[in-house]
Design a protein around this ligand. Structure first.
Ligand code: ATP
Ligand code: MG
Length: 642
């Protein structure tokens, strides 16, 4: 890459418009897979390389450490290293830790990633004895209150105002919340919300701190802006201090954190808040095959969102999404493991495959099934790579070896050292041993890559320490097991959406229409993670021999028969054989169909016959037109967006 203009190659005209609008407020409002993240990465690189902004003055914020790591990696590849790309918490914590000794004094507080241990003690203090699920509910209620800037004293009134349904009476939540905050302060601990709160407070109360931070960061970019919460918005505004060199990108249809207080209104109101902002819409979907895009469009078409949009697939035809039902959960997990084995045999790398579920407790069955099938897997959102015991041990040994500098070629030396703690030439079967081996292999692969660039052992160790401080793990081989929430912004060649029963999707405790809508968006996020292969499955009973009382997710009603391939594999045991589910409710109004004629039609006789047909027809026509005539204007149907 020679010049700044080279950074613009590989962008479509709208993405290019984003990249070229290097200063001033910019808002990119677009659907999944349309290249929002790509557009902002290129925008930063273009601005830095053309000399309009200094790399050190950019602060790019996103929501997960992995997304932040990917942003940094992409920026380095585009010739713009040195840009700060962090999560809100990491960026704030860095500033807070830096200024703490000067403005507060003493040691900086320790960070707690989970509220649960402190919460257990808080409950004990107020003489409550919650079970695990109540404890989790209390944690998310306290998170919501802190994000919404409601203290313990105002909690009861706030919960009523925002129509919350707390797990226990609001006065009880307030007592636990109060005790939680007391213990947190006594122990000198900060949770994620407090980090943001304190950073904003320190900047507000100490003008010299605010001036220094604002002097450093002058150019802001936020990815996934649809999920910004009031506290993050407050911090962002404090960082900006009235300036408006900010670019935000997001998709209102991917808002999946409103239960914690996040809101897409900051995204949809951006033009009002920043008059004169450039608002760019992207509609071409570069990620997924037309078949996956069709399904995504159908899932979101039934949403009540005023921001519905239809994606235009750009990729060539692929396979239809596969819908499968299984007798029970172990059979579903085994069926998914078999399908994954087939993909691996066809040459799809395991790191290009993901199994996504609604709640983390669903992962266990898949861990077991994959371990049994000797397929490596990586749990996302679980233990962090650099905190794994084998990785810690490896880093200590490598650091020691770097000091004694014997400097055999890097790759050989790293293999020698890691060989001593379990990096065998070929991987062990499944389970923990395989997981450990994959971690060590990831370190060895990184060493090999760096050796190709002439790095020595001390350089390699320095790189590991840098990555550890940023929690930027090297790619670990293995099928990703992750919750749908943790999958946002990411993509894989093959995606298995599992456990799609009513009760899990939407989740049973989603009761209000808003909560149900959020669940639909979560499914939309899941569907749009797949590039090529998409599989959706559910089990009719929990355990083998159990009552088959479950029904597939209501969001799939009327869709299974429409985009599904014929039933798969005839060779699986009959008990596990996937079937295509018959539609059980009207595909237009979702009412349950009891009448045989209506069941045959797949809709109520009173509902319009051409509802989905018309939509599908339009999609097909648009796709053909876009393919034939490159100049066809984008046809996005955003309503009510400024
Ligand atoms: P999400 O809403 O899921 O966060 P996104 O809008 O941020 O998606 P990206 O992740 O930036 O989308 O892009 C999706 C995929 O499409 C990526 O693999 C990216 O490299 C590819 N892509 C984006 N724009 C283009 C383009 N102009 N040409 C070719 N590929 C592209
Ligand atoms: Mg993105």
């Amino acid at each position: 890459m020679n010049s700044a203009d080279d950074v613009l190659a590989g962008l479509d005209p709208e993405q290019r418009a984003v990249a070229e609008a290097v200063r001033g407020p910019v808002c990119v409002l677009a659907g999944a897979g349309t290249g929002k993240t790509r557009a902002i990465t290129h925008r930063i690189a273009y601005a830095v390389r053309s000399g309009v902004v200094d790399a050190q003055s950019v602060l790019a914020v996103t929501f997960t450490t992995r997304a932040a790591g990917e942003l940094r990696q992409r920026l380095r590849a585009l010739g713009a290293p040195g840009v700060q790309a962090r999560t809100f918490h990491a960026a704030a914590l860095r500033q807070l830790t830096y200024f703490w000794p000067r403005v507060i004094g003493g040691e900086a507080p320790s960070v707690i990633e989970s509220k649960l241990p402190v919460l257990v003690e808080a409950c004990r203090r107020v003489r409550r004895n919650p079970d695990r699920s109540e404890l989790r509910d209390l944690a998310s209620e306290i998170e919501w209150a802190k994000v919404t800037q409601i203290g313990p004293d105002d909690y009861a009134a706030g919960a009523a105002k925002y129509h919350r349904s707390p797990p226990v009476p609001a006065e009880e939540v307030a007592r636990v919340y109060d005790a939680y905050e007391q213990i947190r302060r006594e122990r000198h601990l900060v949770d994620f919300e407090t980090i943001l709160e304190l950073t904003a407070a320190v900047m507000t109360e100490h003008q010299e701190v605010a001036a220094q931070i604002r002097q450093q960061y002058r150019y802001f970019v936020v990815d996934e802006y649809q999920d910004v919460n009031p506290l993050q918005k407050l911090l962002l505004d404090t960082w900006l201090g009235g300036r408006d060199d900010i670019c935000v990108v997001g998709d209102p249809n991917q808002t999946i954190y409103s239960f914690t207080g996040a809101s897409p209104r900051y995204l949809t109101n951006f033009g009002v808040e920043h008059p004169g902002a450039a608002v760019v819409k992207l509609v071409r979907d570069y990620r997924s095959t037309p078949q996956v895009v069709d399904l995504a469009n159908l899932v979101i078409a039934k949403s009540r969102s005023p921001h519905r949009l239809e994606l235009v697939a750009q990729r060539p035809d692929g396979q239809k999404p596969v819908f499968s039902d299984y007798d029970d959960e172990p059979a579903e997990a085994a069926g998914v493991a078999r399908a994954i084995r087939k993909l691996l045999d066809k040459g799809v790398p395991s790191r290009e495959i993901a199994v996504l579920f609604r709640v983390n407790s669903q992962s266990e069955a898949y861990e077991e099934a994959l371990a049994k099938a000797e397929i490596p897997y990586v749990l996302r959102g679980a233990e962090r790579f650099f905190d794994r015991p084998e990785v810690r041990q490896a880093v200590v040994l490598l650091r020691g070896a770097a000091r004694s500098a014997a400097d055999e070629p890097l790759a050989a030396e790293v293999h020698n050292i890691l060989g001593g703690i379990g990096l065998t030439p070929s991987p062990p079967g499944g389970g923990k041993a395989r997981e450990k081996w994959e971690s060590l292999k990831a370190l060895a692969d990184l060493a090999e890559d760096m050796a190709a660039d002439g790095a020595d052992l001390p350089t390699f160790v320095t790189e590991l320490e840098r990555r550890a401080s940023e929690q930027h793990a090297p790619p670990v081989e293995g099928v990703t097991l992750a919750s749908l929430h943790a999958a946002k912004g990411l993509e894989w060649d093959a995606v298995f959406l599992v456990g799609l029963t009513d009760g899990m999707m939407p989740i049973i405790y989603a009761e209000t229409p808003e909560q149900i809508e959020e669940e639909r968006r979560l499914l939309y996020v899941g569907v749009t993670r797949a590039r090529e292969h998409l599989s959706l499955s559910w089990a009719l009973a929990r355990a083998p021999g159990g009552r088959k009382s479950r029904r597939p997710s209501r969001f799939l009603d009327g869709l299974t028969g429409r985009v599904s391939a014929p039933p798969r594999v005839a060779t699986t045991p009959a008990r596990e054989r996937p079937r295509v589910a018959a539609p059980v409710s009207c595909r237009v109004c979702a009412k349950t169909l009891v009448n045989a004629t209506e069941q045959k039609l797949g809709r109520c006789t009173t509902c319009p016959a051409d509802y989905d047909e018309a939509l599908l027809e339009r999609l097909r026509a648009w796709r053909t037109a876009t393919a034939k005539e490159a100049k066809v204007p984008p046809y996005v149907v955003f309503t009510d967006v400024t």
